[in-house]
Design a protein around this ligand. Structure first.
Ligand SMILES: [Zn+2]
Length: 128
């Protein structure tokens, strides 16, 4: 778990304040994180929530297509399906790569907007 807000880099908790068992600690850390983003970064919180839903769907699709593809390779399905499942598997894998790229860019954009609004931009861009 990250101890810092991904947007404003504010420290949300420190290890020394988290003396609880591991599972409980993760639960609390998640609460701290959600409370913070819902309060301070409403737009990011909504985006982050949507992103996690999409990520769940994409990951599930990839898992299913991987099962089908390797099942077809192992001869569980008629061989005509192998290339179909292969296409399905490769496309969902590409979708994950694209998705991760979009998420990384999206987070950076939210951070830059926040930096501009709060005047904390370390590398000032004159054309911004
Ligand atoms: Zn923050």
């Amino acid at each position: 778990m990250l101890g810092y807000c991904p947007i404003c880099r504010e420290e949300l908790w420190s290890d020394s304040t988290m003396m609880d068992p591991y599972f409980y600690r993760n639960h609390i850390a998640r609460r701290y994180y959600l409370d913070h983003v819902n309060l301070k970064h409403k737009e990011f919180a909504a985006w982050d929530h949507k992103v996690q839903l999409i990520y769940g769907l994409v990951a599930l699709t990839t898992a299913v297509s991987a099962l089908l593809f390797f099942g077809a390779l192992g001869g569980r399905f008629p061989s005509v399906y192998t290339s179909i499942f292969e296409t399905f598997f490769v496309s969902s894998f590409v979708a994950i790569v694209v998705f991760v790229f979009v998420v990384v860019r999206g987070r950076r954009r939210f951070r830059e907007v926040w930096n501009q609004q709060n005047g904390l931009s370390a590398n000032t861009q004159p054309d911004a």
